[in-house]
Design a protein around this ligand. Sequence first.
Ligand code: FES
Length: 76
Amino acid sequence: MLVCHCNSVCEKQIRSTIRSGARCLDDVERACGAGGGCGGCSPAVEEILEHELQLHRASALPPDPLDALELLIAPT
Ligand code: FES
C-alpha cells in the first residue's frame, strides 16, 4: 500500500527501512524519503514506526528470570 504519495514510498519499504535500523521519523525520511514532501503521511509513518519498534522491543526482551529459576529447582 502506498503511504507516501509525494515520494512514492509504500508501507513495505517503510517497514524494511525500520527493520534496517531507522528509529525515528527523520531516519525513515533520510533512508527512503517517506515524509520528506508535504508531510501529510507523517502520522501514518509514525504509526508504522511505533508498531515496528514495539515488535523490535518485544523480540529483544531477555528471557523471564523466573523461567530460569524453575529450571534450576525442577526435580530431575
Ligand atoms: S505524502 Fe508523504 S510527504 Fe507528502
